[in-house]
Design a protein around this ligand. Structure first.
Ligand code: GDG
Length: 392
């Protein structure tokens, strides 16, 4: 089997185990890398005054991480700018929140060039290159321009929006056209693939052929649906670990017989958190008998804190949880426990298992791994119930 070269914005350390803080995507990528051997390349999360392209490596058997530092301006324009102020809201149907600035667009192009400059010398002729997500859409094209002829795939973790939304972004055709440098472009769901194909045929004069082939100009690629799963066995094992059992017992003890409803989401406006809090409040107001019988735990680790829309959602949730607790709490009962921090994966598994209800209510989501993890963590003899919004 050829070696895998995974490229994503951030890279997680290889040696964390179930006590670690990484999410399902990192666990899945590490599992894929261990199977084939290879490199995981991306940004270190650190900054340096001047970009040098110096690579920091960490090795474990056949698997290696390779990361580079970026300049503060790169982080502002590429990560906090074009990726998370422009593309993320636009691709999640929030065109109202999507900001376009030429500097963001320039920073995005620059970081993709920097990634390509640094990565190209690491790629060996037989490697299979697998690029992840909206941060790196032009990377394939940049690699081709540096002579990389390998098979390169691109996977989009987030939704693909309808064409009319996408067209509100300046230079969008060039951005999407760049995807035709890949050999394979894959999406989470048929709906996102259909939106992509509609854009390509209506805006790029593309043609859809047999067997997922899509042609624009002289490039034919394969565009397909390849939904992400979770490492089910690994998560079941995490749910059965001592750390999970300890977390579960802590939950039971503090719950004093009440049923737990759990939500775990990055603090992001796409996850429908204010709507969830409001829905729960409505439930308490319509069914007074249920007060004191249930409580909700919302784990929401802060995310993208430099972006003001994320500061706004955090303030909104602080106010909402305070208001709901103020109105409904009793001396021995708090309706919402709202925590702004992350937990080790094994503890999370224990919390999922302790919860009678998993509440996953995004307004838009590429997939949603929490829903899958909630199911995997259940006791098969006495499973809880998963409630999903139609957009998960
Ligand atoms: C993007 C797309 C798509 C959360 N809190 C903690 C923690 N997590 C883990 C969860 C889960 C992961 O993070 C979140 O994955 P999601 O799929 O729910 O959402 P996004 O972060 O928005 O991910 C999404 C995904 O990419 C994969 O393609 O499904 O649609 O938006 O694994 O468990 N993990 C730990 N502590 C926490 O407090 N350890």
């Amino acid at each position: 089997m050829s070696r895998l070269v995974v490229v994503s914005n951030r890279v997680q350390s290889l040696n964390q185990g179930p006590g670690g803080n990484q999410g399902g995507l990192a666990v899945a990528l590490i599992a894929a890398l261990r199977q084939r051997g290879g490199i995981w390349f991306g940004w270190s999360g650190e900054t340096t005054p001047v970009f040098t392209g110096e690579i920091h490596r960490e090795r474990e058997g056949d698997t290696e991480t390779a990361v580079v530092d970026l300049e503060p301006q790169d982080v502002d324009e590429y990560y906090n700018g074009f990726a998370n102020r422009t593309l993320w809201p636009l691709f999640h149907n929030r065109v109202d929140l999507s900001e376009f600035e030429r500097d963001f667009e320039g920073g995005y192009a620059r970081v993709n060039r920097r990634f390509a400059d640094t990565l190209a010398p690491l790629v060996e002729p037989d490697d299979l290159v697998w690029v992840h997500d909206y941060h790196l859409m032009p990377l394939g094209q940049e690699l081709r321009q540096r002579g990389i002829a390998n098979r390169i795939g691109f996977f989009l973790h987030i939704p693909w929006p309808p064409a009319d939304l996408l067209l509100s972004l300046p230079h969008t055709r060039a951005l999407i056209h760049a995807l035709f440098a890949y050999d394979l472009v894959a999406f989470q769901t048929q709906a996102w693939l259909d939106n992509f194909l509609h854009f390509v045929t209506s805006q790029l004069d593309g043609e859809v052929g047999e067997g997922h082939r899509v042609t624009v100009g002289d490039r034919t690629i394969c565009a397909t649906v390849a939904p992400i799963g979770i490492e089910t066995r690994e998560f079941e094992a995490a749910a059965a670990s001592d750390e999970a059992r300890f977390a579960r017992e802590r939950m039971y003890m503090s719950a004093t017989g009440r049923s737990l409803i759990v939500g775990v989401d990055r603090l992001d406006y796409s996850k429908g958190l204010p709507e969830r809090f409001n829905g729960y409040e409505r439930f308490l107001s319509r069914y007074p008998d249920m007060r004191g019988l249930v409580y909700m735990l919302q784990v929401a680790p802060p995310s993208r804190e430099k972006v003001d829309t994320y500061q706004a959602i955090r303030a909104e949730l602080d106010a909402l949880s305070g208001r709901i607790n103020g109105e409904y709490a009793d001396i021995d009962w708090v309706p919402i426990r709202y925590v702004n921090k992350g937990y080790a994966r094994a503890r999370l598994a224990g919390i999922f298992r302790a919860a009678r209800i998993g509440l996953v209510t995004p307004l838009r989501d590429g997939m949603n791994l929490v829903a899958k993890e909630y199911v995997a963590a259940q006791d098969p003899a006495d499973p809880g119930v998963l409630i999903l919004s139609r957009f998960a």
